[in-house]
Design a protein around this ligand. Structure first.
Ligand SMILES: Cc1cc2nc3c(=O)[nH]c(=O)nc-3n(C[C@H](O)[C@H](O)[C@H](O)COP(=O)(O)OP(=O)(O)OC[C@H]3O[C@@H](n4cnc5c(N)ncnc54)[C@H](O)[C@@H]3O)c2cc1C
Length: 307
């Protein structure tokens, strides 16, 4: 399981051998879905492109045994080091990152390369495998304003809150004591905090100058300083792939990693299929009986040549 990335780090003594041993011990904890065998012309009920939030969608959809779901991911399975919170600093600008840079502009002229680095995860679990762990929901007012704008109450905070709760196992006694109504205790994503004295000292300093500290920003009170909640549990990153795909054995879920969705096929303005480029370079077309769901991240150069 040790990737050459890991091997190189140990060799260059950047990574202590002890940490490398921990990584190897952890390798046994992960069983990613096997690479599916998919042929040109195959049909599925749903095709999900991108496995960040796409991992959640694929998991939820396949709870129904009668539904066949194909999940497409351009990157590989996550490395073991991406699961170890202490190593997150190594993940940006690695092979698990699309390594995009912004267009150069006046404001970026003093940056390295004269542009901003704009990281985005490229592996099963997407950016949730390289992100900085902070577990912070959108502001309730935002959800309510979207609901009002769309004239669709299902987007109101009252209506999305049960899904936030369903996703979580919060492991923090203080938050549970005061804010249990906002949190879940048996969902797939473990949430923890790591309070420490030095952070508290900083928060007390802010309070002295009138800036409030807040125990939990994932409530209706979203303004102030806090000791963050993190998507870290059992010593592991709680990425969407870890929480929703690891050790998941479902015959109705088909996962293709190292596969790029190049083009969506429309008939009468309805998305009916997707042209895929497999890891081998072969191109195939797959079809969706019900929906093609695009969850391929915020930006992607493939969009200009594909979608
Ligand atoms: C460095 C960094 C730090 C962050 N820190 C935090 C944080 O602390 N807290 C927080 O809440 N958020 C954080 N974020 C943001 C958060 O991780 C993202 O908002 C979230 O993961 C986005 O989910 P997504 O599914 O929309 O996209 P992604 O998670 O990016 O998933 C998109 C997936 O689609 C795949 N894909 C793209 N194009 C194709 C294609 N054509 N064919 C097949 N697959 C494709 C990609 O490889 C990727 O795996 C951070 C992000 C980054 C990059």
């Amino acid at each position: 399981m040790a990737s050459s990335f890991l091997g190189n780090l140990v060799e260059s003594t950047y990574l202590p051998l002890e940490t490398a041993t921990t990584i190897l011990a952890m390798a046994g904890l992960f069983k990613w879905p096997p690479q599916a065998t998919v042929n040109d012309g195959d049909r599925f009920d749903f095709i999900v492109i991108g496995s960040g939030v796409g991992a959640v969608i694929a998991n939820r959809l396949t709870e129904n045994e009668d539904v066949r779901v194909l999940l497409i991911e351009a990157g590989k399975n996550p490395s073991v080091e991406s699961m170890l919170p202490g190593l997150f600093i190594l993940l940006q600008n690695s092979y698990q990152d699309w390594n995009y840079v912004s267009e150069p502009e006046e404001a970026t002229k003093n940056q390295q390369f004269g542009a901003y680095r704009t990281s985005a995860g490229k592996c099963l679990g997407g950016s949730s495998n390289i992100n900085h762990f902070i577990h912070l929901r959108g502001d309730p007012c935002d959800f309510d304003s979207w609901a009002a704008y769309l004239k669709d109450e299902s987007w109101s905070y009252k209506n999305v809150l049960p899904y936030f709760r369903k996703s979580e196992t919060i492991q923090d006694e203080d938050i549970l004591k005061y804010y249990a109504n906002f949190h879940g205790v048996d969902g797939p994503v473990i949430i923890t905090r790591q309070p420490d004295d030095s952070t508290r000292n900083i928060m007390e300093s802010f309070e002295e100058i009138g800036v409030p500290s807040v125990l939990d920003l994932n409530t209706n009170n979203t303004v102030g300083f806090t000791e963050s909640s993190f998507i870290i549990g059992n010593g592991r990153r709680q990425s969407t792939s870890q929480a929703y795909l690891n050790n998941l054995n479902r015959d109705n879920l088909y996962v293709l990693t190292e596969t790029v969705a190049e083009k969506i096929i429309f008939e009468d303005n309805v998305a009916v299929g997707v042209i895929l480029r497999l890891g081998s370079g072969e191109k195939i077309t797959v079809y969706a009986n019900r929906e093609v769901i695009v969850s391929a991240g915020t930006f992607n150069p493939l969009t200009s040549s594909g979608f």
